[in-house]
Design a protein around this ligand. Structure first.
Ligand code: GDP
Length: 297
């Protein structure tokens, strides 16, 4: 019973692309995400983001923004999809140039294809003497995935996540892809989005990292996220700075929920606190019944 209202065209504004990095273990997903998190901070800000958080935004020199889901591996991607959450706009598939198309590379590719998410190939570790990026492109071609240098439609870039080589150009290609997708959202309505991760913090209670996908989330809003609910007491960006509101494609950590929702749970803002509580109670009840049923089997 969540009201679906069509957005008026004049309310739609550009939003940052939401990007997931996938690929085979040890091919360099973490290194790439770490490099981007540390290197591409908002101009003038020093140090970058040191703490790990499930999603973060970066602003490039030209002022354009990209939001990264920092949940390496496609487990998170599939877990979210299994819950019906489609948050990713673009997938970066990292492939080590000194290796081959490995089983998890293939899985990542088929997950992106199944979700209809455009892929960009990051051919990594090109600093290594044993790297052979052309071999990787040839292997991709054999899978019917022709990269641009080979006359195909897929963007790819040779990078060294370790040295930071080619990463800037890779991100420019992400922005190019985003431009083609023409991503828009309406910030002028109550926020909706998806839970990225949640944990219990000793001092602060439940900290829930969420991605606002449309609308604007504000301190004081009443949120229903999966089986959990509560009034947003405080919001923090990925640098730990307090913020009062967050628009589309913004990752945000909130305080105030009565528990930890599951990654991939949708969240909504409710005007009516009582209604949110009732739905949360109903969902909790359903979960209990489900677990009783699975225990019996
Ligand atoms: P993940 O499992 O895909 O997240 O891979 P990691 O980012 O943990 O990288 C696995 C290993 O490869 C680590 O030892 C990294 O230091 C190394 N590595 C990652 N990227 C590069 C690169 O561009 N060049 C080189 N030489 N090593 C890299």
């Amino acid at each position: 019973n969540i009201e679906v209202v069509e957005d008026r065209p004049e309310d739609l504004v550009h939003r940052a692309p939401i990007v997931t990095v996938m690929g085979h273990v040890d091919h360099g997903k973490t290194s790439l995400l770490d490099y981007i998190r540390k290197a591409n901070v908002i101009a003038g800000e020093s140090g970058g983001i040191t703490q790990h958080i499930g999603a973060y935004g970066v602003e490039l020199e030209n002022g354009q923004e990209i939001t990264f889901l920092d949940t390496p591996g496609h487990e998170a991607f599939t877990a979210m999809r299994a819950r019906g959450a489609q948050v990713t706009d673009i997938a970066i598939i990292v492939i080590a140039a000194d290796d081959d198309i490995m089983p998890q590379t293939k899985e990542a590719i088929s997950h992106a294809q199944a979700a209809g998410v455009p892929m960009i190939f990051a051919i990594n570790k090109v600093d290594k003497p044993t790297a052979n990026p052309e071999k990787i492109k040839e292997r991709l071609a054999a899978m019917n995935l022709l990269v641009e240098d080979w006359g195909g439609k897929y963007q790819s870039h040779d990078i060294s996540a370790k040295m930071g080589m080619g990463v800037k150009e890779l991100l420019e290609k992400v922005l190019l892809e985003a431009e083609i997708l023409d991503l828009k959202a309406n910030p002028n309505k109550p926020a909706v989005g998806t839970v990225v991760e949640a944990q219990l913090d000793k001092g602060r209670g439940y900290v829930t990292t969420m991605l606002v996908q449309a609308g604007t989330l504000r301190v004081g809003d009443y949120v229903l996220a999966g089986k959990n609910h509560g009034k947003v007491k405080a919001m923090f960006d990925e640098r730990g700075n307090m913020v009062k509101e967050a628009g589309p494609s913004t990752p945000i950590s909130i305080l105030g929920l009565d528990g930890a929702p599951t990654a991939g749970d949708k969240f909504n803002v409710f005007e009516d606190e009582r209604e949110a509580k009732q739905i949360a109670a109903k969902r909790m009840q359903l979960l209990r019944e489900q677990s009783v049923r699975t225990q019996k089997h």
